[in-house]
Design a binder for this molecule. Structure first.
Ligand code: SAM
Length: 281
């Protein structure tokens, strides 16, 4: 998945300027097929213009052009140099969209309304490092997570560094900010979600937990790990078994391991079918 490059004018000036310097405030560049396709599916009206490389005449580009045409999105040709000017840091694959900045947030109440046996959630308790946050979103997207839940006052924001680490998942995975994480966990449980916290010192293995149902993982921050109250509110705690000498894994690595165990179980149970989201767009 491609990253959404946020083109804040100040940031571009700091980089010495580029094509993206001419963008209006509130406009972002979506670079690459995934980012453009994700936005086209989620909110086509927010796309102002799409630049495509006329040299790319392959099937993928033809299909994308058809979808853009069908959605009534304006398309213009731009050579590779211009596209690279718009997206200097992220490979553009011959396509960049200019789109309105979009906050991909969701209300907790709306999330509760949408809970089903397919629900898979990632709860981050105090992950304040933007790169870790973005990398968690990336893993969450790949594993089919419905939403990522964070405490409003103890979480990284969607900074450019977070969006870059998310590699497009900032577009696709809604973030739910809650005022009180412990209460939110209880509400999820009351609504049929099994909530399991992760802590390396626990005896129970993540591989011994049934995850083929409405399920949420809770992961903690570097240093502190899960807060005591958060731990107490979970149905149970589980560890990722390790054999090396390090004390713990990075939170985004741990998220990936937990979520992909959930995905493995869900595929085995026939709850989800493997396949890239792009294929479904
Ligand atoms: C860097 S670790 C935090 C380590 C912290 N000192 C602690 O006591 O939990 C960040 C988060 O990743 C998850 N994590 C890392 N290694 C893990 C393991 N082996 N088993 C379960 N969770 C793990 C936990 O959610 C943890 O809170």
């Amino acid at each position: 998945m491609r990253q959404e490059g946020r083109n804040d004018k100040r940031a571009n000036r700091a980089k010495g300027g580029s094509e993206s310097e001419k963008l209006e405030a509130g406009t972002v560049v979506l670079a690459g097929f995934h980012a453009v396709a994700a936005r086209l599916q989620l909110d086509p009206a927010s796309i102002e213009l799409v630049y495509v490389d006329p040299e790319r005449r392959d099937k993928r580009m033809r299909e994308m052009r058809e979808k853009l045409f069908a959605a009534g999105v304006r398309v213009m040709n731009a050579d590779a140099r211009r596209l690279t000017g718009l997206s200097p840091d992220v490979p553009h694959q011959g396509i960049c969209a200019l789109a309105k900045e979009r906050e991909n947030t969701l209300d907790f109440a709306d999330l509760l309304d949408d809970i089903s046996p397919k629900t898979l959630l990632l709860i981050l308790d105090g992950v304040t490092d933007p790169r870790n946050f973005g990398a968690c979103l990336r893993a969450a997207d790949a594993a089919g997570v419905q939403a990522v839940i964070v405490p409003r006052d103890r979480s990284a924001r969607m900074t450019p560094a977070a969006a870059k680490a998310a590699a497009g998942a900032a577009e696709t995975v809604p973030v739910v900010q809650v005022t009180n994480l412990a209460s939110a966990i209880m509400e999820l449980r009351d609504n049929g979600v099994t909530v399991v916290g992760t802590a390396g010192e626990t005896q129970k293995s993540i591989y011994d937990i049934d995850q083929a149902k409405a399920f949420a993982w809770v992961l903690g921050a570097e240093g502190e790990g899960l807060r005591q109250l958060t731990r107490r509110r979970c149905d149970e705690l589980a560890a990722i078994p390790m054999v090396g000498s390090v004390e713990s894994l990075n939170v985004s690595v741990a998220s990936g391991i937990c979520l992909f165990e959930s995905l493995r179980q869900r595929i085995a149970a026939g709850i989800v079918t493997p396949g890239k989201a792009e294929d479904r767009l």
